[in-house]
Design a protein around this ligand. Structure first.
Ligand SMILES: C[S@@+](CC[C@H](N)C(=O)[O-])C[C@H]1O[C@@H](n2cnc3c(N)ncnc32)[C@H](O)[C@@H]1O
Length: 477
């Protein structure tokens, strides 16, 4: 992969000087990469005169391709609700320079971090689930296929102590024995302090092979690999399909998948990754509270939070967590049921992002379509970021069905069943202006908290009711 030339965009506007890239809004407006014209609409949030009203230019087009193989093979580890590498690449390329810190507070499988590292940026990330670091760390500094093959040869795949028979709904008895032996090997090496980068790689690949719908996985046919079904559901799938788990040699599949993941990893790429791997920072914890990340250190955040309660991260990852010795019930995922709860959780996260961002740094905050397109999360994101003192610069909507539906956009973008990414782009103002804006935001939020307290106490006095339990028990980030 060629080293991408930085195209820094200055949001002060105006067209770029000669030879300089066009400012992002101009570039988005004149975008024709896939033969379609951009539609410009305006997203309006907040009531008029409320002090919280925002009108944000919204650019709709196909800005990156949906082609599966358009990204580096190292990305090909599945994860529920992950975005395509093309999304972070779009923003990293335009808004950062080599060496800059690119951060994802909800990193999942680590798409943003890997793309940042591939582009010579410094990858930082956070996720509440320890499984995330398991998935991304080894791909930031991959071993050679020879190292992997030698290690697999050295592991005793017949030595296990735990053997959970209920997992035989997924696996042939001998395959389950190999999986248990590998789990034992990895946990023993961790306990002994001898766990190394090759073990780390093998664990990541094994996690990605646990279940799936082809013979490349350890299991009999299941749902896609990022959604482990319950034992009961798998029993039903087996009955319906009349299937029993076939013998699938685990070491052989780990080696095959390793070969595929490493297929585009040449010497130059390895050197670039190695240069940045030492500077990588992976935090396991809540996005709203990341004390390890220094203030004013991050140039760009590219992220995608949980979309309300659309995905059950604990349920989807239970088998992967079991293999890694993680109890998913112990992980406090943010799964807000309602929009108010979600906004509250995201506002706290934005407060933290405003702290870690450099003056002049950006946040590209992606939300998908939820509730069949009835809930437009991007409209809720705007006040959350603005409340933390960040300037909502624009909204970019990447629509892969764009040709068919382009006409809808000027009128009504509340459509069903399309596959869109909605990215709200914020900027932290350069130093002085930022302090003023965040002081203003703080004053506004104190004022609006004070007035809602007055409203709440007035209505309590009127009705004799107690405060709203949902608000009291909200889950923050
Ligand atoms: C939509 S996924 C992110 C996927 C990611 N963009 C990728 O490409 O893989 C949201 C992630 O947020 C994580 N998460 C949930 N609650 C969190 C919290 N309070 N703090 C940090 N991460 C959290 C989940 O574990 C999940 O990995």
């Amino acid at each position: 992969m060629a080293h991408v030339q930085a195209k820094l965009w200055n949001s002060s506007g105006g067209s770029g000087a000669q030879g300089e890239p066009a400012p992002l809004p101009d570039e988005l407006l004149s975008w024709r990469e896939f033969g379609k014209e951009t539609v410009l609409v305006r997203t309006v949030t907040g009531k008029e005169g409320s002090g919280e009203r925002h009108e944000v230019d919204t650019y709709v087009n196909e800005f990156w391709t949906s082609r599966q193989r358009a990204a580096n093979s190292l990305h090909e580890v599945s994860y529920r609700a992950c975005f395509k590498p093309q999304l972070p690449r779009f923003f990293i390329q335009r808004l950062t320079s080599p060496g800059d810190v690119v951060y994802d507070p909800f990193m999942g499988r680590g798409t943003t971090l890997l793309e940042a590292a591939l582009m010579g940026r410094t990858p930082w990330g956070c996720d509440i689930n320890p499984l995330s670091a398991v998935l991304i760390r080894p791909r930031l500094n991959p071993p050679t296929i020879r190292d992997v093959a030698e290690r697999l040869d050295a592991i005793d795949f017949s030595a296990y102590d735990e053997y959970p028979e209920e997992l035989l709904v997924f696996y042939h008895p001998e395959t389950l024995a190999e999986i248990c032996a590998l789990k034992r090997h990895l946990l023993t090496r961790t306990a002994q302090g001898s766990f190394d980068t090759i073990d780390d790689w093998i664990r990541m690949v094994a996690v990605s092979r646990l279940t799936g719908h082809s013979s490349g996985f350890f299991s009999v046919y299941t749902l896609p690999p990022n959604q482990a079904v319950s034992l009961d559901a798998q029993r039903k799938i087996n009955e319906r399909r009349g299937q029993t788990p076939p013998r699938r040699e685990a070491p052989d599949r780990i080696l095959r998948k390793s070969r595929q993941l490493l297929s585009q990893c040449d010497g130059a790429l390895r050197r670039r990754l190695a240069l940045n791997a030492g500077k990588a920072m992976l935090v396991t914890g809540a996005a709203a509270s990341t004390a390890r990340i220094p203030s004013g250190s991050v140039s760009l955040v590219v992220t995608s939070p949980p979309f309300l309660d659309v995905v059950d991260y604990a349920q989807d990852n239970w088998l992967r967590c079991w293999f890694c010795g993680i109890d998913p019930q112990e992980v406090s995922f943010t799964v807000p049921k309602g929009l108010d709860q979600w906004r509250e959780a995201m506002s706290t996260v934005f407060g933290e992002l405003a702290r870690v961002l450099k003056p002049g740094g950006y946040v590209a905050f992606e939300v998908g379509e939820v509730r069949g397109g009835r809930v437009k999360l991007e409209e809720s994101v705007v006040p959350c970021g603005a409340g933390a003192g960040l300037e909502p610069v624009l909204i970019l909507i990447n629509d892969q069905e764009f040709t068919k539906t382009a006409n809808c956009w000027g009128v009504d973008n509340n459509r069903k069943g399309t596959n869109t990414n909605r990215v709200v782009l914020f900027r932290k103002a350069p130093d002085h202006a930022y302090r003023q804006a965040s002081n203003r935001a703080r004053r506004n939020s104190v004022r609006s908290r004070a007035s809602s307290l007055v409203r709440a106490s007035t209505s309590r006095r009127a009705s004799g009711s107690v405060p709203d339990g949902r608000t009291q028990n909200h889950q923050s980030g």
